[in-house]
Write a protein that binds this ligand. Sequence first.
Ligand SMILES: [Zn+2]
Ligand SMILES: [Zn+2]
Length: 377
Amino acid sequence: MGKLVMGYWDCPFCGSKGVAGNIVNCPSCGRARGDVQFYMKNVAEGETREQNETGDIEYLSSEQAKAVSDNPDWYCSFCNSLNSDNAAFCSNCGASRADSESNYFDQLKKKKEREAAEAAAQQAGSSARPAPSRKIWIIAAAIVLIIIGVIVWMNGNTTSSDLRVSALNWTRRIDIEENRMFSESDWNLPAGAEQTGTRQEIHHYDSVLDHYENREVQRSRQVIDHYETYYTYSDRGNGSFEEVPHQRPVYTTEYYTETVREPVYRQVPRYATKYYYNIWRWTPSRDVTASGEDHQTAWPEYTLGENEREGQRSEAYRFTVEHTGKNNQTTTYQLDEEHWKGLNVGDPVFITSKRSGASPYLSDEKGNKIVDLTQVR
Ligand SMILES: [Zn+2]
Ligand SMILES: [Zn+2]
């Protein structure tokens, strides 16, 4: 049994505070102790104390302790006074203890249940308020609609009606390749290569287990160093509290070394035959280009040298338009030869594109597509 601590109570009738637990009638109004909850001075409900923190605890003297019963006080069924376990009759009205239906703890439990139910009811009432965020949702929806509207509008088509062809341009190019000899080496001899020699060379390394080594590793673990005492306080229901001791382990970090066995590997080179050879390859070496600003397209003429052949051919057909209304700003487009030949300098043309300028095409004045264009930047 732990040490006993003095409890206190507040008078529910006159509001007088801090009446000692061993006093049964309020010193201010003289009424018998009724519906009360005992508490300690300096220690809150549920608070714990360390062993060295009990200086302000108001322990009962051994004489006071002897006077306190081990049982909780009982409630008088007639006048609701709280009477000591030592009393067989109500100190207030004289009714018999035999008629008592509840003790201190029974009544305290009912009081706490009643308070919890009231708190829950209040909580339910406060959460029934209307949500304040409806306005925010309406604004957010409006912003989303505006963004969608702008995207749809930008994706719509527009036909420029102030364009005139100001220049034509064509380019035709032929790449010329040369057959050149390269000196190379590889692990395999390619088809058509002319071998000049072989050598044994390191192809790769293998990791091979050589031996094991012992290594010391520092490790740590938590171990119990000692136990320390702390106290909780329990209401005995009769104007006193009991100080209950508890033990709690205190840990410390213990360091130790562990020996681990680790494999050590050796890098062993693996050799293979490497082939050295000469090989002839067709390689781009030069190009010939023809260009003009009229419709007289032609491939460039050229003479092949020794070890030369024709490579890839490429061609590009472009026209530039002038925005007559827009400061004579110009834009250049590329398209296929057939449609390009239908354009002449000075012709008015219609070009339709997205409002963002993307995906332009040559069109009639109503925006009907003739052929896709690529803008040249
Ligand atoms: Zn009072
Ligand atoms: Zn009574």
